[in-house]
Design a protein around this ligand. Structure first.
Ligand code: SAH
Length: 357
């Protein structure tokens, strides 16, 4: 996009209220804003010229004031095993993010990124290796979905914020994205079908709880003792397990929603009988679900596990009265682990031109 467009207002990041204010400020009728909002979020028409029930004069104005912060499919990997599709998108400033579209028996679910890179530094995560660049705008999170839906010719029925980035470290934009995603005059997806995953930024968990949104909160726990968790997740040195669990209890109490704890099972790190004891003791009595993930191999790291090790850990937990499921691995043939594609794209050239939409 040219420098000229960068000064324009990113229309896909505006709520309907904000758009109404601008449109009314242009001496236009308020209902025009809703028409435009629906062109964008329902009909997915991003070219103002094609908004046929808007006057030619207003369309001209829209072109002058607003831009559509588009993203482009730079690379697309399709799993031959299970129809999972992984997109590497190029943003308007040349940065990259990843999005994964997954097919389940009940429909399509999509995993979106919330930042270019991540500051959190989890030891087992590929996003940490590539480093943090910037936050994504609401429009850039939303367009990951709109573009994938267009490309695949499907509508997604579930969204997970589990791609690159820490959603609660880009709080305001993520909240705005959620309100756009679920707006009844727009995309209209119930937040009951949305999961937000966090490494545990405690003050933001309280803030989110107070908003009483109907989404599912996933907490990346990965270890039930402070020493071990601090080694693999530096965020634990700032907000330790006690503080995190206290915030989780508050969240459950104030939203009435159950929390999912994510636990990447890693050989020799967090999957011994002692680890199961600690985890069971920590979560006893909490309205939650435990999701065990066989750790995805990241080539710079030596962490590993097998599906059977994750299943064995689930058995150990069951014996201690904690129900856990082992997450189905999708897209295992297309490097579906967080951040791997972006890291490779960045290191291979800051990618060579091409693939323009
Ligand atoms: N920052 C957020 C969301 C992005 S990561 C968070 O930490 O929750 C999404 C999930 O994938 C998290 O549970 C994260 O810990 C996990 N994850 C990252 N790298 C992984 C890997 N190599 N193997 C298994 N899970 C991984």
């Amino acid at each position: 996009m040219s420098g000229d467009t960068l000064e324009k207002i990113d229309i896909l990041s505006l709520t309907l209220d904000e758009l109404e204010q601008i449109i009314v400020g242009m001496d236009e009728k308020k209902f025009r804003a809703k028409q435009i909002f629906q062109w964008l979020h329902v009909k997915r028409v991003f070219d103002f010229e094609k908004m046929t029930d808007i006057s030619a004069q207003l369309r001209l104005h829209l072109n002058k004031i607003f831009c559509v912060n588009g993203l482009f499919v730079q690379k697309k990997l399709e799993s031959s095993i299970d129809n999972t599709v992984k997109y590497l998108y190029r943003l308007s400033d040349g940065n990259f993010v990843e999005t994964v579209l997954m097919e389940y028996s009940y429909g399509y679910s999509i995993c979106v990124s919330t930042q270019v890179g991540c500051k959190m530094g989890c030891r087992f995560c590929a996003s940490a290796i590539a480093g943090y660049v910037r936050d994504l705008a609401p429009s850039e999170i939303l367009m990951q979905i709109y573009e994938a839906e267009k490309d695949a010719g499907v509508r997604v029925s579930g969204v997970v914020l589990m791609g690159i980035g820490e959603p609660l470290d880009n709080f305001d934009n993520v909240i705005k994205f959620l309100s756009l995603l679920s707006h009844k005059d727009g995309n209209n997806l119930s937040l009951r079908h949305v999961s937000l995953s966090t490494c545990g930024i405690v003050p933001k968990i309280y803030e989110l709880a107070d908003m009483k949104l109907q989404l599912t909160l996933s907490v990346s726990l990965h270890c039930a003792d402070n020493k071990g968790r601090s080694e693999i997740m530096p965020v634990n040195r700032v907000y330790d397990i006690d503080e995190l669990i206290k915030a989780c209890r508050y969240y459950i109490e104030h939203t009435g929603r159950r929390i999912t704890f994510e636990y990447a099972v890693i050989d020799d790190v967090n999957s011994s009988a002692k680890d199961a004891d600690r985890l069971a003791a920590l979560l006893r009595g909490i309205n939650c679900h435990v999701n065990l993930i066989p750790v995805n191999k990241v080539k710079e790291r030596s962490y590993h596990t097998s599906r059977s090790a994750a299943a064995a850990f689930a058995d150990q937990l069951a014996k201690r009265g904690i129900n856990a499921t082992v997450r189905r691995t999708l897209g295992s043939d297309i490097e579906a682990a967080c951040g791997q594609l972006r890291r490779d794209a960045d290191s291979h050239n800051k990618i060579k031109g091409g693939a323009e939409a």
